[in-house]
Design a protein around this ligand. Structure first.
Ligand SMILES: *Cc1c(COP(=O)(O)O)cnc(C)c1O
Length: 356
């Protein structure tokens, strides 16, 4: 039995992979695979529309928001969001780590004036900073946050309530993992390969009033054009979207986001409780700001970390090595990671600690 703790592309529900496998050669008696279908065919369009509807229902997306399926990953959104949104040329960022910094540097490349409203750099990004509200927020096009910091293991467990300015969120690593109010945001984006499906598709949830025609933009880079063509301006990543539909159906059968939140909190608590009581391993992250999706942990000794990673790998617990610039370990506990995987990880941590 292998448990895959990869940060992304990440574990998918086994039931989903089995359904995909059983339909791989002959989808719905069409005599062909979803991969072989025209993206203009009624079979594919049904999948496309069903996926939008499922996401809308699961996340309670109001009617004044549009859902887009784009390519280029969350990384292209670092460019596409500042390219499309706002006229003031000034963006506020909350800097919570490596992914926030990438978003910041891409906005600068578009000659946007960037204000860092808060940063946890001084604490090595082991916490979520609070925003100073005395800043002239109305001068900003929007504020950008990273709701879950995949590398550092922090999360916005409360979304800042800022009425005066739009809020944009990179939700790549915790979309669908816990309940956020969509109306707290004006735009949400997320690469699929952490919590929604396989790589290849990026979800954008955007307030419709932000869809403004601009003929100077390439249609591929225009939220307006992508929305006008229902994300079918060109060939979308059809198989990734199909896989997303299966993951969303699985999540619906699980009881939706409410049930999944409880499950994820329970899974994360198993690991954090162990770490907080261990004499060897610890979590470096401020307890109030801990992510329930990505949990970095370490010992005080790099060699011991490596020995643990090897010990765990032999027991079938794989991809626990921490991010290359951070070291230590990181366990990603996305929706599809079963509780049994965490129980096995905690047992393995325990066994390793005992044998030292
Ligand atoms: C993985 C990740 C990204 C990059 O996603 P790509 O789809 O590979 O471009 C951006 N932001 C966050 C928070 C991530 O976890």
């Amino acid at each position: 039995m292998i448990y895959n703790f990869s940060a992304g592309p990440a574990v998918l529900p086994k039931a989903v992979l089995e359904i995909a496998q059983s339909n791989l050669l002959n989808y719905n008696n069409s005599g062909m695979s979803v991969m072989e279908m025209s993206h203009r065919s009624s079979s594919y369009l049904d999948i496309h529309q069903k996926t939008i509807t499922l996401l809308k229902e699961l996340m309670s997306v109001p009617d004044d928001y549009d859902i887009l399926f784009l390519q280029g990953g969350a990384s292209l959104q670092f460019h596409m969001v500042p390219l499309n949104i706002g006229t003031k040329n000034k963006i506020g960022f909350i800097d919570t780590g490596i992914w926030s910094q990438k978003a910041i540097s891409e906005a600068k490349k578009l000659n946007k004036e960037v204000s860092i409203l808060a940063s946890s750099q001084d604490s090595n990004y082991q916490s979520i900073p609070s925003i100073s509200l005395d800043y002239n927020l109305t001068a900003l096009d929007y504020i950008h946050i990273t709701t879950n910091n995949t590398i550092e293991g922090t999360a916005f467990n409360k979304i800042p309530q800022i009425d005066k300015v739009r809020l944009v969120a990179d939700m790549s690593s915790n979309i669908l993992s816990n309940h956020y109010e969509i109306t707290d945001f004006d735009l949400i984006y997320a690469g699929a390969q952490k919590n929604i499906g396989p790589a290849g598709v990026t979800v954008v949830i955007i307030k419709k009033e932000l869809l403004i025609e601009d003929n100077n933009l390439s249609p591929m880079l225009s939220f307006y054009q992508q929305s006008q063509s229902n994300s079918l301006y060109n060939t979308p990543p059809t198989f990734s979207i199909y896989m997303m539909s299966l993951v969303l159906e699985w999540l619906q059968d699980f009881g939706g986001i409410k049930a999944m939140t409880l499950y994820n909190e329970e899974k994360a608590a198993l690991l954090y409780n162990y770490l907080d009581n261990s004499k060897l391993f610890f979590s470096p992250v401020n307890p109030d700001d801990r992510s329930i999706m990505n949990i970095p942990f370490l010992t005080n000794n790099e060699e011991t970390d490596t020995a643990f990673i090897n010990f765990a790998t032999k027991k079938g617990l794989v991809n626990l090595k921490g991010y290359r610039t951070i070291g230590g370990m990181r366990a990603s506990l996305y929706n599809a990671m079963p509780k049994e995987g965490i129980i096995s990880l905690v047992d393995t941590l325990h066994a390793f600690e005992k044998q030292l």
